[in-house]
Design a protein around this ligand. Structure first.
Ligand code: NAD
Length: 340
């Protein structure tokens, strides 16, 4: 049984604590938060007695195998380096860092400690997205040459996560990062990106609309479009919709979790609605299910001694797309990902 310590008991960490309860061969034995109210609420809800207001002290006093870092981005580097110093495996929330230098230093620190480092990049672990990725990777539509990954919504994300309204960067750093990662999972690494960004909602600081054009290794194209300014019915939050064209067919993941594959042999539509865990709720249940899945993948990889699919090193390529997208939008030009 792997013993974990969770750092950050905020909004999203509740899902992580539920997910850890479901995990095989791992559990959270200690928690940490600087906010006493959040620490008490998480500890009481999940029956965890070992509670700390300081991460260094938790790591010094507890016998841990891994840490799960669920704080916001500003604290990630220091906490990852602290865990690496103590020789622990690490899973850290996205966005991993707010600069490529920080992200690279974090990957190097955990690698030097010889431990497993995974980013909690969970959208590609949503079971409907996973079904699409597996169909494409399994050759169901032949070699893909075009993809569109689209997340458009008018949902109020600011009440649960107030920092999203006040941070300088919003939709690409927070949400686009996941959708860019899905594009990579479907189409492979991207080498070039062109992005436009808009702020439609005047009450927030950052951009709430982004449209990005990616050129992948080998020449395939994808469009990643994200909006939190789209009022439509039915509201599809928080579904990512997909279209992939391949040399032998097409795949679509439509609203309502309907996955369609069309080839010369015909058309097949499957219902790929995620499992509604007993702790989960609509409309978030696709994300909640993915939290449990990614955490189990982390445990399986530690035990098998293999790199997770969404390892820290892998995530550098997703983070580079985020940085390149902001550079592209700021300078009004196409950006080679190697520039960042
Ligand atoms: P939050 O502000 O609600 O929670 C963060 C908590 O961390 C707070 O309680 C804060 O007191 C605590 N904290 C901060 N620094 C600390 C430190 N050094 N030591 C101890 N405690 C510390 O934030 P949130 O909305 O839960 O987001 C947390 C992270 O999760 C962010 O990086 C966010 O992008 C990510 N997130 C991911 C998803 C997803 O689907 N993967 C969804 C929502 C949020």
């Amino acid at each position: 049984m792997l013993r974990g310590g969770l750092i950050g008991c905020g909004f999203f960490a509740m899902n992580q604590l539920h997910g850890w309860r479901e995990a095989s061969r791992a559990r959270i034995v200690a928690i940490c938060d600087r906010d006493p109210a959040r620490l008490a609420e998480a500890g009481d809800t999940f029956g965890i007695a070992a509670r700390y207001d300081d991460a260094a002290r938790m790591l010094a006093e507890e016998d841990l195998d891994f840490v799960d870092i669920a704080t916001t981005v500003g604290s990630h580097r220091a906490l990852v380096e602290l865990a690496a110093d103590r020789g622990l495996h690490v899973i850290c929330q996205k966005p991993l860092a707010s600069s490529m230098d920080d992200a690279r230093a974090m990957v190097a620190a955990v690698a030097a400690a010889g431990r497993t480092f995974m980013v909690h990049e969970n959208f590609r672990w949503q079971s409907p997205i996973r079904a699409a990725i597996e169909a494409v990777r399994g050759g169901a539509i032949g070699t893909p040459f075009f993809a569109r990954a689209s997340f458009r919504s008018g949902y109020d994300v600011f009440s649960g996560q107030p920092y999203l309204a006040t941070d300088e960067r919003f939709i690409v750093q927070d949400l686009g990062i996941h959708v860019l990662d899905i594009a990579r999972a479907l189409m492979g690494d991207a080498v070039r990106i062109t992005a436009t960004m808009q702020r439609v909602n005047p009450a927030i600081r950052g951009e709430d609309v982004a449209t990005m054009l990616l050129v992948h290794d080998g020449g395939a194209t994808s469009v990643v479009d994200c909006s939190y300014a789209t009022r439509r019915q039915p509201e599809t939050f928080p579904e990512t919709l997909l279209e992939v064209d391949g040399e032998a067919g097409t795949l679509r993941l439509d609203a309502g979790y309907r996955l369609t594959v069309q080839t010369a042999e015909g058309s097949e539509t499957r219902d790929v609605t995620p499992r509604l865990a007993d702790w989960a709720e609509r409309p978030w249940f696709n994300i909640q299910e993915s939290v449990a899945s990614i955490q189990q993948h982390f445990v399986d990889c530690i035990e098998a001694g293999r790199a997770p699919e969404t390892s820290g090193a892998d995530n550098l390529s997703t983070l580079a797309l985020v940085e390149a997208a902001y550079l592209s939008a700021a300078e009004g030009r196409s950006v080679d990902v190697s520039e960042v």
